[in-house]
Design a protein around this ligand. Structure first.
Ligand code: FES
Ligand SMILES: [Fe+2]
Length: 349
């Protein structure tokens, strides 16, 4: 069950040009393209004549032409030309989706168009303020496993032994503060007096042990914003909220279902340190990319097992607090959209 009346990340702005891009979102084939006016258009990727994908077509000015029999559609989905035919029937149209571009991202609304309010898009000014690099990945698991993974950071000690991990006991003593929000959940997690992860240490020199934080905001259904960092102990990161300096990393995540079983994982890494050094931004990106591959291996194996034995019960443990709140927020929204009790909402196998 997906939430339809919501903004999802469809793509990075830089990936939408005058060549059409076909992308399945929430099981729906969509074609995205940039018009001559510079706007992004999103249409059903299925010509209303004989079903040819419009993503195999070509953009002319603000319109897109199906390269099978040549029908031309405008950004609102209306047919504006049928070769060799003077009269265009009213049924000659494809669905169009509301899209908005902000913070270098293309957001799409897959539900009732009249409800699409761009003011509800989570804003992310850091793409304009810090140097960053981004990536789009297609992951073979339900999209909720990706947010589950990010909202339970205790996996770091095991999954990311060689990349992001500190000493295991620092995870066990981590302090966690969780707050629910109208659209999801926020939490901050402090690991005090711990060994800096190798990624951090390679990025900035630390004197010894550090105080390390991970701050996450989940906005249902699709978005997570992370601010992670560390400073040398004694510099007041924890005591005085003095979190400038040292190592700082912000990650944006747009997590959009492709189907029930596959997901688009669009993320960026931005660095607070050595901001005039492109090498620092590149190295951080590569390190995080490597860590996400570690997550992907886990999620693909986990999802294959859940599909096989999804009817058997699972348990929650203490570290599931934020994950459970996030899931509840999403279920609440789906229940409201469908007019059903929250208990009847099934979000995952
Ligand atoms: S299938 Fe598109 S014009 Fe015929
Ligand atoms: Fe991870």
């Amino acid at each position: 069950m997906f939430l339809y009346n919501a903004w999802y990340v469809a793509a990075w702005s830089k990936d939408i040009g005058s060549a059409p891009l076909g992308r399945t979102l929430l099981n729906e084939p969509v074609v995205l393209y940039r018009t001559a006016d510079g706007a992004v258009a999103a249409l059903e990727d299925r010509c209303c004549h004989r079903g040819m994908p419009l993503s195999c077509g070509a953009v002319f000015g603000n319109n897109i032409r199906c390269e099978y029999h040549g029908m031309v559609f405008d950004p609102a989905g209306g047919c504006v030309e049928i070769p060799g035919q003077a009269i265009i029937p009213r049924s000659a149209r494809v669905r169009s989706f509301p899209v908005t571009e902000c913070d270098d991202l293309v957001w799409i609304w897959m539900g009732e168009p009249s409800l699409a309010d761009p003011a509800k898009i989570p804003r992310y000014p850091w793409h304009k303020m810090w140097p960053y690099k981004s990536k789009t990945e297609r992951i073979e698991c339900n999209y909720l496993l990706l947010s589950d993974n990010l909202l339970d950071q205790t996996h770091g000690a095991y999954v990311h032994k060689s990349t992001l991990a500190s000493n295991v006991d620092a995870y066990e003593r981590a302090e966690m503060t969780i707050n629910s929000t109208p659209d999801g959940v926020k939490f901050i997690r402090w690991m005090l007096n711990c060994v800096p992860p190798s990624i951090y240490h390679r990025a900035v020199p630390f004197k010894g042990r550090v105080d390390r934080w991970g701050e996450f905001e989940y906005v249902a259904p699709s978005c997570i914003m992370q601010f992670t960092g560390a400073r040398d102990i004694g510099e007041g990161a924890y005591e005085n909220d003095a979190r400038d300096g040292g190592f700082g990393l912000r990650i944006f995540y747009g997590i959009t279902p492709e189907t029930e079983h596959t997901s688009w994982f669009m993320w960026s890494t931005a660095n607070s340190y050595r901001q005039d050094d492109p090498q620092a931004t590149q190295e951080l990106f590569e390190e995080i990319e490597h860590a996400f591959k570690e997550d992907e291996d886990v999620l693909v194996a986990q999802y294959a097992m859940l599909r096989r034995l999804g009817d058997r019960p699972l348990i929650n443990i203490a570290s599931d607090g934020a994950r459970v709140q996030a899931r509840r927020a999403l279920e609440r929204k789906i229940a409201e959209e469908r007019g059903i009790p929250r208990e009847d909402v099934v979000t995952l196998v």
